[in-house]
Design a protein around this ligand. Structure first.
Ligand code: ATR
Length: 273
């Protein structure tokens, strides 16, 4: 049995085991692979990596707080990691550990699947954390023009300084949405049902609204977008696509993404808070 895993701290909330095991079962891989979660605090990361063979792990996903610190423990990283310095997928090939980032491509795939056009568009990113960095990097490489607004201005400025060589990027002092085509929420505001990361008056029907939060499936931001008849997209497809790309790296086979998505939708249906 090959063991696949997701590691992080905290890890209880992770939906990766549910999604990956459904995809493994769908491909009749359940006898060969199982996907489990491991709680790995920061001071135990190296120990975990040293024990992969003992535990039978051939590949794993990495979530907070290890996405950057894991890099020093790997043999090498794929190009998908280089600028962003964040790994979310590791595979073991012979005795080497190789790091990948499927978050960025997963996000781009979810936009393409939903027919959201982003080339040469003006995109406002709300937030200045790790998710904002990954999305800014991915979209700049695709030719989007980026504006960032973050509660802590200096963090947005750091992102600008890091990525301005990739394309057009500006930091907003005061939140403005005129001339903006797409607004993307990368902050954690919306995880609690009634919180919204932007004054609703700044949203007009011409905006496409994207929230990377997937729980709740419909955040207050998305409900506002729906009310205004905007095109809108939540974080579930991004979760599925980053997982599907990781699944291919783990097994060599493309999973059935609809099975992964339906499994998650079913979970949310049965676990309404
Ligand atoms: P991640 O790695 O998932 O992006 P993070 O690095 O903790 O998570 O980033 C969370 C983002 O949400 C940050 O940009 C944070 O703003 P600050 O940089 O000012 O901390 C933003 N955020 C969190 N709570 C917020 C709130 N109540 N209002 C506005 N922004 C908030």
């Amino acid at each position: 049995m090959n063991r696949l895993a997701v590691i992080g701290d905290p890890i209880n909330h992770s939906l990766s085991p549910l999604m990956h095991n459904a995809a493994l079962k769908d491909k009749f891989f359940s006898e060969i692979y199982e996907y489990v979660s491991y709680w790995v605090p920061a001071d135990k990361l190296e120990n975990f990596v040293n024990r992969l063979d003992e535990v039978g792990i051939t590949g794993f996903n990495v979530t907070l707080p290890h996405k950057t610190s894991i890099i020093n423990l790997l043999s090498y990283v794929d190009d998908s990691v280089s600028i962003i310095s964040a790994v979310n997928t590791v595979i073991k090939r012979n005795s080497e550990l190789i790091g990948f980032n499927t978050d960025i491509q997963g996000f781009i795939d979810s936009l393409n699947e939903n027919n959201v056009k982003f080339k040469n568009k003006n995109i406002l990113i709300l937030g200045g954390g790790g998710a904002a960095r990954a999305i800014v990097c991915g979209l700049l490489k695709q030719g989007s023009n980026i504006e960032i607004f973050n509660r802590t201005f200096s963090k947005a400025q750091v992102i600008k300084d890091q990525f301005s060589k990739l394309g057009e990027i500006n930091v907003q002092n005061t939140l403005r949405t005129d001339d903006i085509d797409i607004i993307i929420n990368t902050t954690s505001v919306g995880l609690h049902r009634n919180d919204i990361p932007i004054n609703p008056d700044l949203i007009v029907p011409e905006h496409t609204i994207i929230d990377i939060i997937y729980n709740p499936l419909e955040t207050s931001l998305l409900l506002e977008a729906k009310r205004k008849h905007c095109v809108y997209l939540g974080g579930l497809d991004m979760l599925v696509n980053q997982g599907a790309l990781a699944f291919k790296l783990f097994t060599g086979v493309n999973p059935n993404k609809q099975v992964m998505k339906d499994t998650l939708l079913n979970y949310f249906q049965n676990n309404k808070t």
